[in-house]
Design a protein around this ligand. Structure first.
Ligand code: PLP
Length: 402
């Protein structure tokens, strides 16, 4: 059995979610059908919608089911851009520099294909996006001929709740308040935050929020965009008009049921689990640093202090190594982890997140992300620490640094 330290990529399916998925998939029925099994499937979807909304501080009518985080991010960015372009002619996006590719790539797509402009909000060395920088970005983008705030040429602001690579947690409510005052829709990708941090959609002040089932122990392929009732979204796909006419396609009743069960369990366990994972993570970091291999920690971290970091995230920089070599050597030693975003695995480039945070390319190349979750134990940390010295030595030799 490998030590699995890649929960930020995907976390194992919870037994309760698996049972719920099996039960609902055996029942069948299309939630849009009007006969008995269709109505039964619809009842399951609506009950699940209520549970998901309740767990995230949203109203059931604000939950738009999608195929996961990527689709929800695309819908938020492209759907809001199209709506704001049509209604107020807004062509600019204001976006955090450490976003996941599920946000970055739709933004780049709008730039390439529709002439959109972007103002990037650059993080500090910890990965924080500053509220003052957001304010300046909005002032700087006021339409020149008009002074009123509702004449901003900004279509949407998007800043993630917590970063998937370095685990930095953003001041989402403060950023959303600035957006609200300027009259610009605010989106946050909360895929990594949900289940690890208290996430309340209404209290956050965000207009749009992305969540994904497989990061909380639900199945892959289900997620949601939480969208306030007054959020205007142009659909990306056209068809049956499901989900407020915004996201057509037959609803996956079994996946949605399993999502609700996993999320409810993750949120119920969160306080206790966050403490346990923070302690386990600090133990892992402390032991890695004590090996005297020149390793440093990126993101927000000070020994023994609470910081704006996801409880389960440890992100190490190992000088003189390529992250990919470390990953493969650790894998061969029975330890599964990542160099950063799983969605970029296989592309040997330094992380855009670390570069945006000001790390030189050479340092950014030695990145290793260890992410803990609901199945993590001391034994996983022991396996990693036992393998690390030999792995670093071999990775340094491979890169000619030793
Ligand atoms: N956003 C963030 C921050 C993520 O970490 C991920 C997955 O790694 C996604 C979006 C994409 O979510 P999904 O895998 O459900 O498409």
């Amino acid at each position: 059995m490998s030590a699995y330290l890649d929960h930020a990529a995907t976390t194992p399916l919870r037994a309760s979610a698996r049972a719920a998925w099996v039960e609902q998939s055996q029942r069948g029925g299309n939630p849009s059908s009007l006969h008995t099994s269709g109505r039964a499937a619809r009842a399951v979807v609506e009950e699940s919608r209520e549970e998901i909304a309740g767990a995230l501080g949203a109203r059931p009518s604000e939950v738009v089911f999608t195929s996961g985080g990527t689709e929800a991010d695309n819908l938020a960015i492209k759907g809001t851009y199209a709506a704001r372009l049509a209604s107020v002619g807004a062509r600019r996006l204001v976006v955090g520099g450490t976003e996941h590719h599920a946000v970055l790539d739709p933004v780049e797509h709008l730039v390439q294909s529709q002439g959109a402009d972007v103002t990037w909000l650059e993080p500090d060395r910890c990965g924080h996006i500053s509220v003052d920088d957001l304010k300046s970005a909005l002032v700087a983008t006021l339409a020149p001929a008009v002074g009123a705030t509702d004449a901003l040429d900004v279509a949407i602001i998007s800043v993630m709740w917590a970063n998937n690579e370095v685990g930095t947690v953003q001041p989402v409510a403060d950023l959303a308040a600035v957006a609200r005052e300027a009259g610009v829709p605010f989106h946050t990708d909360a895929v990594q935050a949900v289940g690890q941090l208290p996430v309340d959609f209404a209290a956050s002040g965000a207009d749009l929020m992305t969540v994904s089932a497989h990061k909380v122990g639900g199945p892959v392929g289900v997620g949601a965009l939480l969208a306030r009732r007054d959020a205007r979204l142009v659909p990306l796909a056209h068809g049956g008009g499901q989900e407020r006419q915004v996201r057509s396609g037959t609803l996956d009743a079994a996946g949605i049921r399993a999502f609700a069960v996993a999320l409810t369990e993750a949120v119920a366990e969160r306080d206790v689990e966050a403490k346990r994972l923070t302690a386990l993570r600090d133990h892992l970091i402390g032991r890695a640093l004590a090996l005297d291999l020149g390793i440093s920690v990126s993101g927000c971290w000070t020994a023994g202090e609470a910081t704006d970091r996801l409880p389960g995230n440890a992100h190490l920089l190992v000088p003189g190594c390529e992250g990919d070599s470390l990953l493969y050597l650790l894998d061969a030693a029975g330890v599964e982890c990542s160099t950063g975003s799983a969605c970029q695995a296989g592309v040997p480039q330094p992380s855009h997140v670390l570069l945006a945070m000001g790390y030189p390319e050479a340092e950014a190349r030695g990145a290793l992300r260890l992410s803990l979750g609901h199945t993590s134990t001391d034994a996983d940390v022991d396996a990693f620490i036992a393998a690390l010295p030999r792995v670093v030595e071999r990775a340094r030799r491979a890169s000619g640094a030793a």
